[in-house]
Design a protein around this ligand. Structure first.
Ligand code: DGY
Length: 327
């Protein structure tokens, strides 16, 4: 019997892929840029399974052409780049990597929060560019920022990452408010409130909801303007949840003091983005989970999902487990 063919869309380290060697016919994309849709289509049409990244758009139309494809394992916790409903219709399990990146992403969310509050990137640029030399060396109103301790943090979305951010807020001596789209019973580290209360009272709002058809532009003009004046918005969840035009306006007119943004409507961020002209935005390029250890764990889970399917077992980390009930 011929081995199953598995296609990997990124050069993952050999030791990570080792559990797959010998149990499948492995092909790894060697390109240095993300695969284009036609490349993705032609590379996976003969595959039994694919291990992909969040930059690989697995659309309904791509899946319609696949007769053989038997699993999709994404090296990400978010799966909004995959048409999961279309995969489920075709009985294809979709795997993700939960449980290993929440703390790392929470660290970045807090890093952006502190950087935006204390204007660290602006201050760094000021020193590097020699501007400090041409100014007073110190003055009472020099680089004033906002206190984090004693302030109110609103966490929107109390999953793994939101809870980890709430815990950091407590450790920094903040009052922590929390809101979740679905009802939560055991909420740790946050006081559960309605969303309008959270937005009106929080000095810092950190977003931790998934991007779905229901959360697209969730932070629209109205919600952004209902935030407390002078507040700071942090997004390490997904682009498209925040309406960036409305955010740029709110920052420009001074309704919001600053924003810390790791994820964007279009990635990479386009040069014409209105956010780029604003000094009070701290940027990072979608690096929430970017530590060596966490990326290793994510890759291991993606491989573990693939190995399970090849061995005839259910994926241990599957976002559409209903496919197994209909088998
Ligand atoms: C994910 O896994 O969904 C994250 O966005 C990667 O940082």
């Amino acid at each position: 019997m011929s081995l199953k063919r598995v296609f990997v869309t990124y050069r993952l380290p050999e030791d990570i892929l080792r559990p797959l060697s010998g149990i499948c016919d492995l092909e790894v994309w060697t390109g240095t840029k993300p695969m284009t849709p036609p490349e993705l289509l032609s590379s996976i049409c003969d595959s039994d399974g694919i291990i992909c990244l969040l930059t690989d758009e697995i659309t309904r139309s791509l899946l319609e052409n696949q007769e053989k494809l038997n699993f999709i394992s994404s090296m990400s916790v978010g799966v909004d780049h995959i048409d999961v409903a279309a995969a489920t219709n075709r009985n294809i399990p979709v795997g993700n990597t939960p449980g290993v990146l929440a703390e790392t992403t929470a660290d970045l969310a807090f890093g952006l929060l502190l950087s935006a509050a204390r204007r660290i990137p602006e201050a760094d640029k000021f020193v590097r560019e020699g501007q400090w030399l041409s100014d007073m060396p110190w003055s009472p109103d020099f680089f004033l920022g906002k206190d984090v301790h004693g302030a109110t943090l609103g966490v929107v979305g109390l999953g793994e990452t939101g809870t980890a951010v709430a815990r950091r807020g407590k450790a920094f001596g903040m009052r922590v408010l929390g809101w979740n789209r679905t009802q939560k019973k055991d909420v740790e580290h946050a006081e559960l409130v309605q969303l309008d209360e959270l937005l009106a009272e929080s000095d810092y709002v950190s977003i931790h909801i998934a991007r779905t058809s229901e959360t697209l532009l969730f932070f629209n003009h109205e919600r952004i303007m209902s935030m407390k004046k002078g507040a700071i918005l942090i997004n390490t969840a997904r682009g498209g949840i925040v309406d960036e035009t409305s955010l740029a306006n709110a920052l420009k007119i001074g309704h919001l003091a600053a924003a810390g943004m790791d994820v964007f409507e279009a990635e990479p961020l386009l040069p014409e983005s209105k956010l780029l002209n604003l000094k009070n935005v701290v940027f990072s390029p979608h690096i929430g989970s970017a530590t060596s250890l966490t990326r290793k764990r994510m890759a291991e889970l993606a491989v573990e999902n693939a190995v399970a399917v090849i061995a005839g077992r259910p994926m241990p980390f599957c976002v559409n487990p209903e496919v197994y009930r209909s088998r």
